[in-house]
Ligand binder design. Sequence first.
Ligand SMILES: Cc1cc2nc3c(=O)[nH]c(=O)nc-3n(C[C@H](O)[C@H](O)[C@H](O)COP(=O)(O)OP(=O)(O)OC[C@H]3O[C@@H](n4cnc5c(N)ncnc54)[C@H](O)[C@@H]3O)c2cc1C
Length: 398
Amino acid sequence: MNIASDSVTPSYDATKAENIETIRLSVRQLCEKFGEDYWLDMDRTNGYPTDFVKELTSSGYLGVLIPEEYGGAGLGVLEASAVMEEICRSGAHAGVCHAQMYVMGSVLRHGSDEQKKQYLPKIASGEIRMQSFGVTEPTTGTDTTSLKTTARKEGDKYIVNGQKVWISRIQHTDLMILLARTTNKDEVAKKTDGLSAFILDVKKAEGKGLTIRPIESMINHHSCELFFDDLEVPAENLLGQEGKGFKVILDGMNAERVLIAAECVGDGRYFIDKASKYATERVVFGKPIGTNQGVQFPIARAHTQIEAAALMVEKAANLFDAGLPCGAEANMSKMLASEASWAAGDVCMQTHGGFAFAKEYHIERKFRETRLYQIAPISTNLILSFVGEHVLGMPRSY
Ligand SMILES: Cc1cc2nc3c(=O)[nH]c(=O)nc-3n(C[C@H](O)[C@H](O)[C@H](O)COP(=O)(O)OP(=O)(O)OC[C@H]3O[C@@H](n4cnc5c(N)ncnc54)[C@H](O)[C@@H]3O)c2cc1C
């Protein structure tokens, strides 16, 4: 059992709550400058919202998790969650930039002093974008420890060969954290050993051993296939210890899960706002459709599910910020919030009837976007098997 998390419940801190409310208001104002039509246009053209991301960076919001000594705001995942939630609640798509917040966590927790000094201040200022994790591979998927990309040490460099898939924002990042095998799986005691993490300079690598191929997909997430063909990576770009890269990646993933859960809460609240407004305004058979309990109750139920998920997000964020174990809560918050946002999206579609399908109503775009989070960055089944095994002590299923 996870004793630490069982005994920690979020306690109310008035000053913190006031600060978070200020952050929320300010992010809302920033998002209002870019209306929903801006996001519709990005979706239609497969565009990248450079202006939005620039403004979010210069306002300091993408650097909230970077300590003040490196030029960030030095705040926690609780505050960062409020930022992500408000972006999504405004109708925007936080997937275009959320990773700039958390990928750097691997450098912060596992990088050498030189790496931290070299990268973190520039990430905080926006001079450098570090917003890609290169983990997933086409033939091994969720079975991360079986990944086949290798990094072979040769003098003062590593030679990387292999393939990755679904690597998001790679064409809009300067640096990526890459996970590759440095020792064969059958030569290590634990299958999580022998994997190493690297800071990859994408711009230098492209065309010199790295080929990037965009994937046409259901949402505008800028995901690509990557091919490594004798790519040379300087040995100084190793992040953390050789062979211990799985931990480097995993540590960043708890923050990622909580932040994505917060995005789902934002999506859910967006859908509930839209559905309840439309149900109040749309008149059919001489009265607002929301007077029918068949329309009203599903919206109220979806709202209740979102609010319950938001509590789990808050608990997971508080545990993370307190430096306590939070793997179970991070996973459970992502699962609950992604399911609740999908349910809210479904209700919002149903409430809008045929108009839900019109792009100018924006709902179908958000509906597509929020669906991702039951699959990435980790699928619901894998969360359930984590809870079954690590929280409830049942036998491993794979
Ligand atoms: C838009 C998008 C963006 C992404 N961005 C990134 C990124 O930036 N970086 C990155 O590294 N990856 C990224 N991914 C990859 C993502 O993390 C994976 O798609 C996800 O982890 C699932 O892996 P898979 O697609 O290989 O599915 P698979 O592993 O093939 O699984 C397929 C299905 O089978 C289920 N399943 C598999 N094994 C079991 C089991 N033992 N028990 C029960 N069920 C099981 C899964 O739950 C899933 O539903 C992205 C994916 C998408 C679609």
